[in-house]
Design a protein around this ligand. Structure first.
Ligand SMILES: Nc1nc2c(c(=O)[nH]1)N[C@H]1C(S)=C(S)[C@@H](COP(=O)(O)O)O[C@H]1N2
Ligand SMILES: [Mo]
Length: 225
């Protein structure tokens, strides 16, 4: 009990001192630079879940991705196909943060602070052709999922490289997990390697082709069509 109170006070002190607030890529509202490795557990007065609250049930287990050789490809219906290194994604693009909850169809949820780049910023650099209306995401484990281009644009959907201020651990999808807010967990693809612009609105990803809804809307049942 006393140990818990002490731990809470330490976190509070860290937050107050500013060294645990703000964006990892530079200055923040608090003016401090958040040091990687210190998990943020409260954001604007809201208690957050933890990196350790997620369950690992990926189709082939955690994928170990080497940041040095990693590439993110933007392909399909684009004017200029792109290939980014890890640091080109994280350092050459504006950073955004938001608190979003992931809900798995298996009945668990975690709400954390995500930091990342806008998927739409990457798409805009490649230049989506006017016929593109679907975004297909592929990952290092062969997993895939898709979402409407309008959903990606209208909701400022993030490709996250940090949660609670900490670089995504291997289990959480390093280097990138899609923050598919308002969608079931199976849309939150981890270990993303490719973003393909497509006109195939009927494309079905890994779980979608196994009976889960293609919309993946969190406010609707996940099974059936
Ligand atoms: N590449 C890949 N991404 C994936 C999965 C997967 O098996 N492979 N599983 C999805 C499912 S069903 C859920 S609920 C979330 C869970 O995220 P977590 O493993 O970080 O808890 O990841 C999603 N992203
Ligand atoms: Mo899930």
């Amino acid at each position: 009990m006393t140990r818990r109170v002490l731990a809470m006070m330490t976190v509070l002190l860290l937050l107050l001192s500013g060294c645990a607030s703000g964006s990892g890529s530079g200055a923040s509202q608090g003016g401090g630079i958040r040091l990687d490795g210190v998990e943020v557990r409260e954001y604007k007065g809201e208690k957050l879940g933890s990196v350790n609250d997620f369950r690992e049930n990926s189709i082939k287990g955690p994928q170990v991705v080497d940041a040095a050789t990693y590439r993110l490809a933007i392909t399909g219906l684009v004017d200029t196909p792109k290939e980014y290194t890890y640091s080109q994604v994280t350092s050459d693009h504006a950073a955004y943060e938001k608190v979003v909850q992931l809900d798995c169809v298996e009945g668990w949820s975690v709400r954390v602070l995500w930091s990342g780049v806008l998927v739409n910023d990457l798409i805009q650099e490649a230049g989506a052709k006017s016929t593109a209306n679907t975004v297909i995401f592929r990952a290092a484990d062969g997993y895939s999922t898709s979402l409407p281009l309008t959903y990606i644009r209208d909701n400022d959907i993030l490709l996250a490289y940090k949660m609670n201020g900490v670089t995504l651990p291997t289990e959480r999808g390093f280097p990138f997990q899609l923050v598919a807010q308002d969608k079931w967990g199976y849309k939150w693809i981890k270990w993303v390697t490719e973003i393909e612009l497509s006109s195939d609105t009927a494309y079905e990803g890994y779980w979608e082709s196994r009976g889960y809804t293609n919309s993946g809307d969190r406010d609707k049942p996940s099974l059936g069509r």
